[in-house]
Write a protein that binds this ligand. Structure first.
Ligand SMILES: *Cc1c(COP(=O)(O)O)cnc(C)c1O
Length: 400
């Protein structure tokens, strides 16, 4: 057996970066035009084409894309916006930034940790103007249902699609606005970066203006002598993307669908190994649910000491994480918006452990992760997990 100290760390997530990215960055330096040039525009068009939408707006993060989205659909002071709590804090913080109140909605169930339509309906008030859905772990939300819900109640439908780049046909199709992230741990990266898709062409061009101070002409336009002077038509932001990031995006984007397919293949392997070895650990969603497979969340048996399990796994050089500490339980949100009870979200969070998933992971790595989890559950005395004896090294049985 390989001594523990010699085993490489299995990272939770890991960007795929190489010569093509280095080359692309060199070319930008050589060209000398550093921001909001042709590469940004080409990246927007290529992203839109891949996702089957008319156009897109590159920005410097998903958070800024969400801010623009809320601005573009008209969310403002006094409004209430329905949001998940099982998400990254940015989904809610942008609502506060807009002067509106985030209203946290529970998840459907442990097997379907998306926003619950029923709970969303129960939390509607005359002040509700929008709902933000989030394809958790990359698993598509039910677009038709949410479109109907939004239309029935006169709401804007915004999608925090940070987990779901490269899921054409399932993201950015029905929402009024969808925000994507290219942060370094997402399915493709530009280090920092984001993309906004807006359905309505007028709202879209409004959002495009807002990205750069709501100025009617860009520096590039003026540099090329296409415009002299400019006007400012709204309270804008500086959410511009630069050419270095766009150059990375143009290299990463053509590989995104392939990486996502590999993520799905690895997720499938996790599902079958876990079902075989640790049947009391559940992976949310049905195996056939359309997904960009951003994360591999697992629900540990009730009563498991998750911190102890994660510590054991770290000692065995397997990184894990938790997605997510519920936003409504953070100090700021409790103090500002009061205690909210979201029983299903809290139970999900208490049991959830995220296992490594990224395109550079091999099938043998999946075996090692599952075996490490099995060992950690056994040593930490997790209740009634060892339904089978701890199996022979999975790596041997899954090699190939
Ligand atoms: C990563 C993430 C964000 C924020 O993305 P940035 O590009 O870092 O701003 C927002 N929402 C969710 C669900 C995320 O996972």
């Amino acid at each position: 057996m390989t001594p523990l100290a010699d085993l490489p760390t299995i990272e939770l997530g890991s960007p795929v970066l190489g010569e093509a990215e280095k080359q692309a960055l060199h070319e930008v330096i050589d060209d000398g035009w550093l921001t909001m040039g042709d590469r940004v525009r080409r990246f927007e068009q290529a992203f839109a084409e891949l996702h089957g939408v008319a156009d897109a707006i590159a920005v410097h993060s998903a958070t800024s894309a969400l801010q623009l989205a809320l601005h573009a659909v008209g969310v403002g002071p006094g409004d209430e916006v329905l949001v998940p709590s099982l998400t990254f804090v940015a989904t809610a913080s942008v609502v506060v930034q807009a002067g509106a109140t985030p209203v946290f909605v529970d998840i459907e169930s442990p097997d379907l940790p998306h926003l619950s339509v029923e709970d969303a309906r129960a939390r509607l008030t005359p002040r509700t103007t929008a709902v933000v859905v989030m394809p958790y772990a990359g698993y598509a939300v039910d677009g038709a249902t949410w479109r109907r819900f939004a239309d029935d109640h006169g709401l804007a439908l915004v999608e925090d699609a940070a987990h779901a780049a490269g899921l054409p046909g399932h993201v950015a199709g029905v929402a009024d606005a969808s925000a994507f992230s290219f942060f370094s741990n997402k399915n493709m990266t530009t280090a920092e970066g984001g993309m906004l898709v807006v359905a309505d062409p007028i709202a879209r061009e409004r959002a495009r203006l807002l990205r750069a101070h709501a100025m009617t002409a860009s520096t590039l336009d003026r540099d090329r002598g296409q415009r002299v002077g400019y006007d400012v038509v709204d309270r804008g932001y500086n959410f511009r993307m630069d050419e270095l990031r766009a150059a990375l995006g143009l290299v990463q984007l053509p590989r995104l669908l392939c990486w996502n397919a590999r993520r799905r293949m690895l997720s499938g392997r996790y599902r079958s190994l876990l079902a075989e070895v640790l049947p009391r650990c559940r992976v949310p969603f049905q195996p056939e649910h359309p997904t960009a497979a951003h994360l591999l969340p697992v629900l540990l048996p009730v009563g498991t000491d998750r911190t102890a399990v994660a510590t054991e796994m770290r000692a065995a050089r397997v990184q894990t994480s938790v997605h997510y500490p519920p936003v409504h339980r953070f100090t700021y949100y409790r103090e500002r918006f009061g205690d909210v009870e979201l029983a299903r979200t809290e139970e999900f969070h208490d049991r959830e452990l995220t296992l490594p998933l990224h395109p550079r992971l091999g099938p043998d790595d999946v075996g090692r992760v599952v075996r490490t989890l099995a060992d950690a559950l056994a040593t930490t005395g997790a209740p009634d997990t060892a339904t089978t004896t701890v199996p022979a090294p999975i790596t041997e049985r899954t090699a190939g």
